[in-house]
Design a protein around this ligand. Sequence first.
Ligand code: 2RA
Length: 392
Amino acid sequence: MKLTNPLTATFLLLASTTNAFHTQQNFHSRTAFIPKTLKNNIRSSPSSLSSLSMTSVGIVGATGAVGKEILSVLENRDFPASKLRIFGSKRSAGKTVTSKYGDIEVELFDVAKGQECDVIFLAVSGDFALENAPELAKKCVVIDNSSAFRYDKDIPLCIPEINGDATKGAKLIANPNCTTAIGLMALWPLHKLFGLKKVIMSTYQAASGAGQEGMDELQEGTLKLLSKEVEKAENKVFAHPLPFNVIPHIDKFQENLYTKEEMKVTWETRKICSLPDDFPVSCTAVRIPTIRAHSEVIVIETEKPVDVKAAQEALSAAPGVKLCDDPHNNVYPMPLTATGQYDIEVGRVRKNLVFGDYGLELFVSGDQLLRGAALNAVLVAEEMLKNGSIGN
Ligand code: 2RA
């Protein structure tokens, strides 16, 4: 096939990579697309963990986009697992996953087997979590990636850098939605410095938020359009075709005409940051045709007067945050540079023209599958190992 321009070449490269993944028997090697050269800030778990007793770990849903990343983060951070077990449905049971912890045969999930683990990560649907997590949590620690328990006041919703203490003694912990997790990494240091009064967020969310199927729909649709195989891309996952489009619709519309994705940002920000139930947070969530890092424009009104330099210093010092803010040299956060990174990128920090001395505006990009899901979940487990909540 003749390549007519670099964009076409890029998408063909993406597609050939994806197809190669699909033909692999060993589905651990089918990790979602990460440009290798960008994967440069993967850090191991703190040495304090290596002295802790080894833990038996389970993953349910290790063949999905988030589950694969959980396995990869455990490996990259040398999570002290004495044994790793992978549970799946009838479709994946019996397959072999190759990992740093050895070759692992996928076991058909049942609660009793799951309860044998010290900690189990759920990277499956909310319905599955609702049905199984409470029972699993009677005997082991459960870290759930779905939204099933996020708004239950008795269940911690945790970003370890913000409210890691909330995990102490807990058996079931909810991992936040990716959009909230990425945004709060930037908002928390600013809240500590200036006090948040109002938050307005607009998001630019990658296809990965809809899992492997979402990424496939974007890549395949783009290729077919570029090769003129079709005039209109198919859409099964998204409400409309995503290639060459943006869609202001993620998750279901609510009575107040916000979507559930947008309301998650409001509900979860209040809960994680211990803000009042009526604390004003408003979000518009938009799907864009990128692969796997979400970006956000965040505008805040603050209690105290802001100082841009102090904000940049606080962001730069915050764990899990990388300040990328040198606009005159074209340095700012972008999905392309945030992809595959553990730290979220923050930049374009400036005084907001509407709120003047009492407001900031910034741009954030973070890997949706890492900080927005897998990394956060593994950090929760690490926090619980350190505070003695796992293995007791
Ligand atoms: C999305 N935030 O991007 C969702 C995934 N949890 O679709």
